[in-house]
Write a protein of this length. Structure first.
Lengths: 332, 259
């Protein structure tokens, strides 16, 4: 059952840029308190523009949205008091140290010196930056910068946290550490997350609910497992024992469904009749005397959901960046 | 209370000053180039003091004022670059998400300009005294030169901040630098206005507020306490500061479109 007040709610949210397309074209969404909402889409789909509107950094052209129960247009200051945000680029000053960033942030949030110092130290420790706290940020690695960025967003104990592509460009270790932190904050503190990503794995792992955005519109929304179940059809991938037999294997598999992306060595099709067709596939290959080195059934992924809804695969569906579509100074 | 306007200004000014002092490539040229120009001018133009009506027999004393104004142009560059960097890196968005007020940001950012202006003024005064420049108005006059110099730095610094906020680009700020230097060269920088023989140059120098800023500083060094020169100098610097601060403030309002 729905709670009365959503953590984030948007209705018909639109953002147009001068001389540009509608970056966001009528978005409706609802995120319940404590939920991790994954906002998934390729570059230029409208993810960052949506985040900028929900975090009060960009006024919507049309539609309405509330965050933490406050209207993003008429109650901007109240919205900002309950949210934290780590935007697409880790927005840090290379000439300041990590500790100085904390001092600046705690001070601007109205904390006194001792309270600010304690909070800063606590957060630096939590993100593993205590040792590097007195080094200038210009010398930090990408992962360290991102961790500091997230820590800064947590200074005033926000109820709702916006993370805009938080793991883009991070090494696997840093990515994993950030995922752990998101899961911990959501589980222990009940923090609501609005997390944009272009990584299927990230959305699949972290999100309680996923919204898939394409050309500024949400094309699918729901529980990740339910979305995948809705698509329903698994794919089968085969690697021929003899590479030269790949065309013949492809011909046999095509009897069972449409081809899907696969590695150069393999052939894959979406099984029109579901996973029960696997036995038939094996028999058909056997009947043609085709030996396979590897045969695997893949459950549907969020990429399959994206493909089903847009006709394109999310992997490699990048478009022009949103910033280049925008023509107004504050647009990102 | 660190959350109030004064607390926010102090916090942001501290950050701006720290950032400025940690960029030697920004700090050193702003001290070195005005001193170099001073050395070149003093060495090459000393004979100008023999012109009838030249107000002093020390070209060093006459030319030292240029260093203060030239330093202020570097301050504009510094303020503009720092602001452009905040726009480009998204740091401005980070600040926008805090309860920070717009006025705090602008005033705080100019805190770095004030620190730079003070360092420059102290350096140029010390260099002038060491080289034998004369200060007719004495120590109070020298202190007033520091004050005027900082005011000029703030006026030009706000211009740099305006360019950065309007364009969001460090390159655009750099593009402003030659224009400001043109304003310096088309003033009474090298000669008193009444000794400039070329009519159009004298007219431009007369309309150029930079002339009056230079003449205000010079008056304290050469004449002593000249109320009119000081009023014109502080009026021009203060007026320019008001205009550039208003322009920067409007540009900040457009740039920070938070609701």
């Amino acid at each position: 059952m729905r709670q009365a007040t959503a953590a984030i709610e948007a209705e018909g949210l639109v953002r147009e840029f001068k001389k540009g397309p509608r970056a966001v074209d009528g978005i409706d969404l609802r995120v319940e308190p404590g939920q991790v909402y994954g906002f998934l889409g390729p570059n230029g789909a409208g993810k960052s523009t949506t985040v900028h509107m929900l975090t009060t950094l960009l006024p919507p052209t049309a539609g309405s949205a509330t965050v933490g129960g406050y209207d993003v247009v008429s109650e901007g200051a109240e919205v900002r008091s309950v949210i934290g945000a780590a935007l697409q680029e880790a927005a840090l000053d290379p000439y300041l140290t990590g500790r100085e960033h904390m001092k600046l942030q705690t001070s601007l949030h109205g904390m006194n010196r001792s309270e600010g110092r304690a909070r800063g130290d606590e957060l630096l420790e939590r993100v593993g930056l205590t040792q590097a706290a007195d080094r200038r940020v210009g010398g930090y690695s990408g992962g360290m910068k991102r961790r500091l960025d997230v820590a800064l967003a947590l200074v005033h104990r926000p109820r709702i946290l916006f993370l805009d592509e938080p793991t883009t460009g991070l090494d696997p270790q840093s990515r994993s550490a950030l995922w752990d932190e998101v899961q911990r904050l959501a589980a222990d503190r009940g923090v609501t997350f609005f997390l944009t990503t272009q990584y299927l794995e990230e959305a699949d792992l972290l999100a309680d609910r996923v919204g898939i955005i394409h050309h500024g519109r949400i094309v699918a929304e729901g529980d990740p497992d339910a979305l995948k179940a809705e698509i329903g059809r698994p794919s089968v991938e085969a690697i021929p024992a003899e590479p030269a037999e790949r065309p013949r294997v492809a011909e046999v598999l095509r009897r069972f469904g449409d081809p899907v992306a696969s590695s150069p060595k393999s052939v894959a099709v979406r099984l029109a009749g579901g996973e029960t067709q696997l036995a038939e596939v094996v028999r058909a290959l056997d009947a043609e005397s085709l030996a396979v080195e590897h045969l695997q059934l893949h459950a549907p992924t969020l990429d399959d959901v994206f493909l089903a809804k847009t006709g394109r695969s999310l992997e490699g569906a990048g478009e022009e960046p949103e910033a280049s579509r925008a023509t107004e100074p504050a647009a990102a | 209370m660190s959350g109030g306007l004064a607390g926010q200004v102090a916090t942001l000014a501290r950050r701006s000053a720290t950032r400025t002092l940690r960029q030697p490539m920004m700090l050193v040229p702003s001290l070195l180039f005005p001193l170099l120009l001073l050395a070149v001018n003093t060495g090459g133009l000393d004979s100008a003091t023999r012109l009838p009506g030249f107000p002093t027999n020390s070209y060093l004393t006459f030319a030292l004022a240029i260093a203060f104004v030239q330093g202020a142009l570097f301050a504009a560059n510094s303020a503009g670059n720092n602001m452009a960097s905040d726009v480009e890196t998204g740091f401005l968005s980070r600040l926008s998400l805090t309860p920070m007020r717009r006025a705090s940001l602008l005033v705080g950012q100019l805190g770095g300009v004030v620190v730079l202006g003070l360092i420059q003024a102290a350096t140029f005064l010390a260099a002038g005294i060491a080289a034998g420049a004369h200060f007719e108005a004495g120590v109070p006059g020298a202190l007033l030169i520091v004050l005027l110099s900082v005011l000029i730095s703030v006026a030009f610094g706000a211009l740099g901040a305006f360019a950065a906020l309007r364009t969001g680009s460090g390159e655009a700020v750099q593009g402003l630098f030659p224009l400001m230097f043109a304003a310096l060269f088309l003033s009474s920088m090298a000669l008193p206005r009444d000794l400039i023989e070329t009519d159009w140059f004298r007219t431009v120098a007369t309309w150029n507020p930079v002339s009056y800023m230079l003449e205000g500083i010079r008056s304290l060094m050469i004449t002593g306490w000249d109320g009119e020169a000081l009023a014109l100098a502080f009026g021009c610097a203060g007026g320019l500061a008001l205009i550039t601060l208003a322009a920067a403030s409007a540009a900040l309002r457009t740039r920070m479109t938070r609701t």
